[in-house]
Design a protein around this ligand. Structure first.
Ligand code: HPA
Length: 282
């Protein structure tokens, strides 16, 4: 961790708070092509990452980068619509920056979403999958380097990283809304190339059900700061070697777009249910 991380996070958090709006209770990170949820927020205040101090700005198509403050069915939220990925060459602190800022703003729950390739034979494109746990094979952690105790402990526990109570709640909300929700382990690979078929066989034998290129570093940063996390993958394609066709970013975006309504429906049902179980409003 860079020595100035804490100061940078606080400066960003202050800049975001100056935009106005209620203090957010829930933070969300919307993955590739999944920005639609932010468009439905009430009383929305939206700002491009480029206008905020210290925020990294992605150059990847489909990763629109803006922070949105607003209300989801009355619940104050802060949303990262788009994220940066390690494969673009960002430092680990840049990868974690947005999540750290949301944590510094006092969110009590963080919902991380992503597009992922399905490895488990039961998963198919268009499925929504609750992340039960992750395997971080990105080779990176935002906690590498000197630790800043103001952010969190040197050796954070990761045994309940995807919060069991909040995850159970996601499952019941999905069931109530008749929205099919799979569950599985997410493997984070470095990218940017999609995996080889041999890598996918390796991941399968390790116990991974889906694969992507994000989320794990963010969860490390959030858990370090004591924020409880929930993860949702949108399965956009069958992983390499399972599919017979070549993988493409266009396919990933197209399937994410097709799933959009169900995905937004799930989040709009989930956020108010989650709000009920958070600490009472100050
Ligand atoms: N592999 C890695 N990342 C991904 C995939 C995949 O198959 N699909 C969407 N993101």
């Amino acid at each position: 961790m860079h020595e100035k991380v804490y100061e940078r996070v606080m400066e960003s958090a202050e800049a975001v708070q100056k935009l106005g709006g209620a203090r957010p209770r829930v933070g969300l990170v919307l993955g590739s092509g999944l920005g639609a949820f932010a468009e439905g927020l009430q009383e929305a205040i939206s700002v491009d990452y480029g206008e905020l101090p210290h925020f990294p700005v992605s150059a990847v198509a489909g990763h629109a980068g803006r922070l949105v403050l607003g209300k989801a069915r009355g619940v104050p939220v802060v949303v990262m619509a788009g994220r940066v990925h390690g494969y673009e060459g960002w430092t680990v602190d840049e990868l974690a920056h947005g999540v750290r800022v949301m944590a510094a703003m006092g969110i009590q729950a963080l919902v991380l979403t992503n597009a992922a390739g399905g490895i488990h034979p039961d998963l198919k494109p268009g499925d929504l999958m609750r992340i039960t746990d992750h395997i971080n094979l990105s080779g990176r952690s935002p906690l590498t380097g000197p630790n800043d105790e103001r952010l969190g402990p040197r050796f954070p526990d990761m045994s309940t990283s995807y919060d069991p109570a909040y995850s159970d709640l996601l499952e019941s909300v999905a069931a109530e809304g008749k929205l099919a929700l799979r569950r599985g382990v997410y493997a984070c690979m470095p990218g940017p190339a999609y995996e080889t078929p041999a890598e996918i066989r390796m991941l399968r034998s390790m116990g991974a059900d889906a694969v992507g290129m994000s989320t794990a570093p963010e969860v490390l940063a959030a858990r370090h700061m004591g924020v409880r996390c929930v993860g949702i993958s949108v399965i956009t394609n069958l992983a390499a070697g399972i599919a017979t066709n070549p993988l493409s970013h266009a396919e990933v975006k197209e399937v994410a777009d097709r799933v959009k309504d169900r995905f937004v429906d799930l989040l709009e049902r989930y956020v108010p249910a989650l709000d009920e179980v958070l600490e009472p409003k100050a």
